[in-house]
Design a protein around this ligand. Structure first.
Ligand code: SAH
Ligand code: SF4
Length: 385
């Protein structure tokens, strides 16, 4: 028995798994078989893998494990949304949300515990940065949720014939990296997870149905385009540098012109022929007709669609959601200019599962709360007044 930590197979992409199996004299197809057991069938015990040679299973049992982060709580919303809080050690927690819709089931997953970007409208930003998640912890969220969602589907098939939710909404067909953290600031670990998501022997998701959302980490957008092009959402949130410097502080490092150029370079590799611009609707901050006009100018520079996100308020932010009528009018202004624009529906409200509300009850270990609110709110109010 080895004294080293067992290798968590959830963290190994195809190349690493093939390498591991090869070191034990196994052929690449053994790695594929193993990968299917782990990710497609959601096995967590090597004993179940009956079509693998006994000796191979013994080696796996001696040296490897399959485990997602521990779940500390689970919530179900009246609208079918499910949310899991995972304990990733040392008082750090991350969240994962499953959102069933008519024609799809979307899993929203986290990439970091906390976030360094510190956007003033985001509760993750207020926690400060705790640590990067590993590939095993990122893919572990999908592995765990897939098992849970599948368990629901099987029990509904057996018993509840009257279940109204259509079947496509009861499997995970889409993954969005829109939970906690900035995925492109944890590039290598996120890349390993993305590769597993689209691998036919693992989750087999279409690249078009896997979305990375970024606040605009320009150099890593270029790398992602080369290494693993998937759908890209960019958190724009402001149509000019003066405001974006405040709302998305990373803009000071990578201003709009640089970001838009990176979007165009990404489109050369992307599986979709547009970038989704996410735009949070903050009352009196970024939601005027003038802002809409500036956005329309930006849209002339990049093939894009807009997703307007009604702000989900939380006490420390000092910010308010734009009124519904303003959001509708803002969307109309963009649509009148020929831009495809959607307004995000708020889901899972009763279980605090919406964007930016994730793990809001986790302790702030970096004490950023004591520093950030004043700075952020005052800066934005100056802009307004
Ligand atoms: N760090 C990445 C991905 C995680 S945040 C990014 O910023 O893109 C995912 C989305 O949720 C982003 O568009 C973000 O701006 C948005 N968001 C954050 N806080 C929010 C809040 N309080 N209300 C609504 N959307 C929020
Ligand atoms: Fe980080 Fe995204 Fe939240 Fe900004 S919105 S603090 S980049 S997680």
């Amino acid at each position: 028995m080895s004294s080293t930590e067992p290798i968590n197979l959830l963290g190994l992409d195809t190349a690493a798994l093939t390498d591991l199996v090869g070191r034990w004299g196994g052929k690449p197809f053994r790695a594929k078989q193993l990968q299917r057991w782990v990710h497609q069938r959601g096995a967590d015990s090597f004993d179940d893998m009956t079509d693998l040679a006994r000796e191979f299973r013994q080696q796996l049992t001696a040296h490897c494990s399959i485990h997602a982060p521990d779940v500390s709580s689970e919530h179900r919303s009246a609208d079918g949304t499910r949310k899991w809080l995972f304990d990733v050690g040392k008082n750090n927690a991350i969240e994962t949300v499953f959102i069933p819709e008519d024609d799809r089931g979307t899993l929203c997953i986290s990439s970091q515990a906390g976030c360094t970007v510190a956007c003033p409208f985001c509760s993750t930003g207020y926690q400060g940065f705790n640590r990067n998640l590993t590939t095993a912890e990122i893919i572990g969220q999908l592995w765990y949720a897939k098992r849970a969602v599948q368990a629901d589907l099987s029990s509904a098939r057996v018993g509840d014939q009257a279940e109204a939710v259509p079947e496509p909404a009861r499997v995970i067909s889409n993954v969005v990296m829109m939970g906690m953290g900035e995925p492109l600031l944890n590039y290598d670990q996120v890349l390993g997870a993305l590769r597993l998501m689209i691998d036919d022997n693992a989750y087999g998701l279409s690249r078009r149905r896997v979305t990375v959302s970024t606040s605009g980490v320009v150099p890593m957008m270029d790398r992602l385009g080369r290494d693993c092009p998937v759908a890209l959402a960019v958190s724009l949130h402001a149509p000019n540098d003066a405001l974006r410097d405040k709302l998305v502080p990373l803009n000071r490092k990578h201003p709009l012109a640089e970001l838009l150029a990176a979007c165009n370079r990404y489109l050369e590799h992307a599986p979709r022929d547009f970038i989704t611009f996410e735009y949070i609707m903050l009352d009196g901050v970024n939601d005027t007709d003038q802002h809409a006009r500036e956005l329309i100018d930006i849209a002339k520079q990049v093939r894009c669609k807009f997703n307007l996100i009604p702000f989900n308020p939380f006490p420390q932010s000092g910010l308010k959601r734009s009124p519904a009528a303003r959001i509708r009018l803002f969307a109309q202004r963009l649509m009148d200019a020929g831009l495809v624009t959607t307004v995000r529906k708020t889901r899972g409200d009763d279980i605090a599962a919406a964007c930016g509300q994730l793990a809001g009850d986790v302790k702030d270990r970096t004490r950023i709360n004591e520093r950030l609110p004043d700075r952020a709110v005052i800066a934005i109010k100056q802009e307004r007044g």
